[in-house]
Design a binder for this molecule. Structure first.
Ligand code: ADP
Ligand code: MG
Length: 331
């Protein structure tokens, strides 16, 4: 694989308060009648600058257009990560309305990366773009690139079914299939034609153990998955996703339909999956992001604003806008 551009050293002398001058590099929308970049949803100017001492520790994104007030702040440490997923200048339009603006980021292997930001800022849109679920929505157009392990997600010849097999998706509302607990977990293996009872049983047990559900269901594997509680159903969906050995697990507010106890168990589970799985998770719950994730991406009005280690984003964000959101001043 060629070296990733995410691993390139930063441009020299590029402090955040003085981004390198570049001509207004209009992102060419895929069709002529697209609105100019930034026209539909203009973020307010980011307040303040960052101190010059930060200049060496920050990776400064490119300047997109004159209308884009500040480049995103992406922390230096992320450049040392091995990215499973790379998103590059990704734009998305729902009809005439632009929902994502030049999003550029990597998702590091074996880490939990949380996407946060106010409702409607594009978190779900970004997540759904990764496994191309947005393809199913009429009038969606995209521009830019996403790569899974270096392979284009949007190239013309991509087999979307095969692509989605390499990604696990966990939705807000648990969606177990109307079949037994056992059959839910081994579903992907069945689809691939696996029939050996021993293999299926082993994968079932390992996946349920990883999903912290084995002890609760080991004596009722043949019962309907629909008989489980909401929290158990969500852990079952995570077990089902894990069983397929995905390169990346995508989770869109996986706890939003659960009570606090079930939520706590899922958060513990997500934390325990770190290292073994790469997880990109949307959450609107600040505590969840701070407890479960290694890295946090703050998005606002379709733009990536700040991306860094969760501990930094939550205790000492670089940008005032991030701080205002984290501390509940808006959103
Ligand atoms: N299917 C859709 N059709 C048109 N607009 C959409 C659709 N889904 C989302 N949007 C719009 O895109 C923007 C981002 O939405 P979304 O990704 O759901 O945000 P979030 O998950 O951060 O709350 C919002 O303005 C929303 O109204
Ligand atoms: Mg959403």
């Amino acid at each position: 694989m060629p070296p990733s551009k995410f691993a390139q050293p930063p441009p020299p002398e590029a402090p955040p308060e003085a981004p390198p001058e570049s001509p207004p590099e209009a992102t060419s929308p895929p069709e002529v009648n697209s609105p100019p970049q930034g026209a539909a949803a203009q973020p307010p100017a980011l307040p303040g600058g960052t101190s010059s001492s930060l200049a060496t520790s920050l990776h400064v994104g490119h300047v997109v257009t004159d209308a884009d007030p500040k480049p995103p702040v992406i922390y230096e440490t992320l450049r040392h990560e091995d990215n499973v997923l790379e998103i590059e200048k990704f734009n998305l339009w729902y009809g005439p309305k632009q929902a994502l603006f030049d999003v550029t980021m990597g998702v590091p292997r074996g880490k939990v990366t949380a996407l946060i930001g106010p409702s409607g800022c594009g978190k779900s849109t970004l997540l759904r773009s990764v496994n191309r679920i947005n393809d199913l929505i009429d009038h969606v157009r995209i521009d830019g690139e996403m790569k899974l392990l270096g392979q284009s997600i949007y190239a013309r010849d991509v087999d979307v079914i095969q692509l989605r097999k390499r990604m696990g998706m966990v939705f807000q509302k648990p969606n177990p299939f109307p079949m037994s607990i056992f059959e839910n977990v081994v579903y992907s293996l069945r689809i691939d034609g696996e029939r050996r009872r021993g293999v299926l049983a082993q994968v079932c047990e390992e996946s349920l153990r990883s999903a912290a559900l084995w002890d609760e269901v080991k004596d009722r594997l043949t019962e309907s998955a629909l008989s489980l509680s909401g929290g158990q159903q969500q852990r079952l969906c995570i077990a089902r996703a894990i069983a397929a050995e995905p390169e990346i697990l995508l989770m869109d507010e996986p706890c939003s339909a659960l009570d606090p106890i079930a939520t706590g168990r899922i958060e513990d589970l997500i934390a325990s999956l770190k290292g073994d799985y790469t997880i990109l998770m949307v959450t609107h719950n600040m505590q969840q992001a701070s407890r479960s994730s290694d890295y946090t991406v703050f998005m606002y009005l379709g733009n990536l604003i700040e991306y860094g280690p969760t501990i930094h984003i939550f205790t000492n964000p670089r940008l005032r806008q991030t701080e205002d959101y984290i501390t509940g001043r808006f959103g």
